[in-house]
Design a binder for this molecule. Structure first.
Ligand code: CAA
Length: 248
């Protein structure tokens, strides 16, 4: 919490499509938001754009796939602002390709960025959350952790692993005022999804019952609810937000 009593929320991969709206929504709800990023020049222009829109976020650089960099980042946040109350593990990448052609590098990069990152961030914040008897951890997984998606063996493995992790950590810290949940977005209108070739994207949208891609703001509202004090009885859950796609 900050000295003036605001809950501190850290969003990893903050400058991406989903992360940006999460930061704004959490700020609108009264959180002190720390935006984690990896690439300096992108973060600089993002911060400027946010300021023009009336948002001032604290910025924290770290490659979340690197355990020691995350440790240094958490230490810096705690020193400058206070202990972390909310951690949103949102950073993630795709390296899609048929498994028979998938390189070890593309397997490794996706596992490190999407799953090891969750270990790295949680491991560095959990003891202080236990000490303060309060915490909210939200892991951003994917509908493709439960459904098959051609070309995503690496991504599906990482995203499914994330929820196994959430459930276990949830029960380990349930008596300490800490909740740990997974959100599994479907296809949301982000750069990541828009990078899927149009012919594949069109087929995917045809299979979404509500008939459209999701909005980043829709995911952001769910994040802010799970981050709230009021969400104290929800833990170990995997909340789907996919326009009905999981029904198939
Ligand atoms: N279903 C079935 N077969 C397919 C296929 C598909 N979707 N895509 C390709 N194939 C077939 C091809 O016809 C080809 O067959 P032959 O060998 O008999 O000719 C074979 O598989 C290999 O095809 P490619 O050489 O094109 O395969 P590739 O390694 O280049 O990968 C792909 C193709 C890039 C993965 C492409 O299928 C694709 O973009 N699919 C969509 C992936 C997707 O939805 N990703 C989600 C990204 S967004 C995200 O992840 C966010 C989130 O959480 C939802």
């Amino acid at each position: 919490m900050t000295k003036d009593g605001k809950y501190i929320a850290v969003v990893t991969g903050a400058i991406g499509g989903l992360g940006t709206d999460m930061c704004k929504q959490l700020a609108d709800e009264g959180f002190f938001v720390v935006a984690n990023y990896r690439t300096q020049n992108k973060a600089d222009s993002w911060q400027k754009e946010m300021q023009e829109q009336g948002y001032t976020f604290a910025m924290a650089k770290a490659d979340v796939s690197n355990y020691d960099e995350v440790g240094a980042m958490v230490e810096q946040i705690e020193k400058e602002h206070g202990l972390i109350d909310v951690l949103v593990n949102n950073a993630g990448i795709t390296r899609d390709g048929a498994f028979r052609k998938m390189s070890y590098e593309n397997w490794d990069a996706v596992l490190k960025s999407n799953l090891y990152s969750v270990f790295n961030c949680c491991h560095h914040v959990i003891n202080h959350m236990i000490q303060q008897n309060y915490g909210r951890i939200i892991n951003i997984s994917s509908v493709n952790a439960q459904r098959a998606q051609f070309g995503q063996a690496n991504y599906a493995a990482a995203k499914a692993g994330m929820h196994g992790f959430s459930k276990t950590l949830a029960i380990e810290v349930a008596s300490k005022g800490i909740t740990v949940n997974t959100i599994s977005p479907g296809y949301i209108g982000t750069d990541m999804v828009m990078a899927v070739p149009q012919e594949h994207r069109d087929k995917i949208v045809q299979n979404i019952p509500v008939g459209r891609l999701g909005g980043t703001w829709e995911v952001a509202h769910l994040v802010s609810f799970l981050a709230s004090k009021e969400a104290s009885f929800i833990t170990g859950a995997n909340v789907a937000i996919n326009g009905g796609q999981h029904v198939f």
